[in-house]
Design a protein around this ligand. Structure first.
Ligand code: C2E
Ligand code: MG
Ligand code: MG
Ligand code: MG
Length: 288
């Protein structure tokens, strides 16, 4: 413990802060090998159309099983990768893996809908980002309208000129674009309107309290109305209960993702669901 002579005030904070910095540093070093050692893989979470209860697409979500650290959540290691620049290599791998998986599903005669991939701010700032996407689509035979890219509200607003340029390029190619984690950042509505977006994903924070907290309900409702006035399809993230679902249906939300229908799943389970080719029941894939 530092500062033992200068009073205890800091001692309480130094420990955890130093530990966190140490862990970030350790993760950064381990991440460098993770790609080469095949420790990263993707899970896929279905997005469900509320009108048909069918799967309209899948979101690729990164998973890391580190031999040293065990399972590390992307919420923890993505920011580390973003900070040290490794996100570029990792992001390339994710795009490649998600598109090749998509192509395999099409090749198997399955009907997966679209494939959504999360894109981090640093990837977006690459001058050749759109060209890279085009090259991957060509390589895997993925059509532009089968691919969606998710960009957080914060990333969009962080550098509006760059976002405008890249989004226009991607949209011009026919790729769908979603604003992720909407409601957690600070959007200029003028800019939001100027981006060529297709979908808006309401952050889980607001969805969690639907049916129990009137303020969050009001926010969710306002977000849906706003999105529709901008011509965007609304996806609610993190739907876990029937109560939340009912609220979203009543307020004209078009699509949901969440544990109520399915967690993010490994490939084999996705394929089982896709072969079933039925509307998704809540809590699992069996009944309707
Ligand atoms: P996100 O893109 O907003 O993804 C949604 C997160 O919510 C995922 O967490 C998903 O597992 C979780 N989720 C979905 N439904 C529910 C639910 O009903 N309840 C709860 N409690 N959680 C639910 P995950 O997989 O841990 O990913 C966290 C974040 O990490 C993602 O948020 C995204 O920002 C980032 N991330 C994940 N994979 C990638 C990637 O390949 N590239 C980049 N740049 N970021 C990624
Ligand atoms: Mg996402
Ligand atoms: Mg999100
Ligand atoms: Mg989120």
């Amino acid at each position: 413990w530092a500062k033992s002579s200068g009073g205890n005030a800091y001692a309480f904070y130094d420990g955890p802060v130093a530990e966190r910095a140490q862990r970030r540093h350790r993760l950064q070093n381990l991440l460098r090998q993770a790609l080469a050692e095949r420790e990263l893989h993707l899970h896929y979470q279905p997005r469900v159309d509320l009108l048909t209860r069918r799967i309209s697409g899948w979101e690729a979500l990164l998973r890391w099983d580190s031999p040293q650290e065990g399972a590390v959540s992307p919420g923890e290691f993505i920011p580390v990768a973003e900070k040290c620049g490794l996100i570029l290599e990792i992001g390339d791998w994710v795009l490649q893996e998600a598109m090749s998986q998509y192509a395999r599903w099409i090749g198997m005669g399955l009907n997966p809908g679209t494939m959504a991939v999360n894109v981090s701010p640093r990837q977006l700032r690459r001058p050749d980002f759109a060209r890279r996407i085009a090259a991957l689509m060509e390589r895997y035979g993925v059509a532009a309208d089968q691919l969606e890219l998710e960009i957080t509200e914060t990333a969009l607003m962080e550098d509006v000129p760059v976002a405008t340029r890249v989004l226009n390029e991607l949209s011009g190619m026919g790729v769908s674009l979603s604003v992720d984690d909407f409601g957690t950042g600070y959007s200029s509505l003028g800019y939001l309107r100027s981006f060529p977006l297709d979908r808006l994903k309401i952050d889980r924070t607001f969805v969690t309290q639907l049916g129990s907290d009137r303020h969050h309900e009001a926010i969710a409702q306002a977000i849906i109305v706003l999105a529709h006035s901008l011509g965007l399809t609304v996806v609610a993230e993190g739907v876990e209960t029937e109560l939340q679902l009912r609220y979203l249906v009543l307020n004209d939300c078009e699509e949901v993702q969440g544990f109520l229908f399915s967690r993010p799943l490994p490939v084999a389970e996705c394929e089982r669901i896709l072969r079933d080719d039925r509307p998704l029941g809540v809590r699992g894939i069996a009944g309707i």
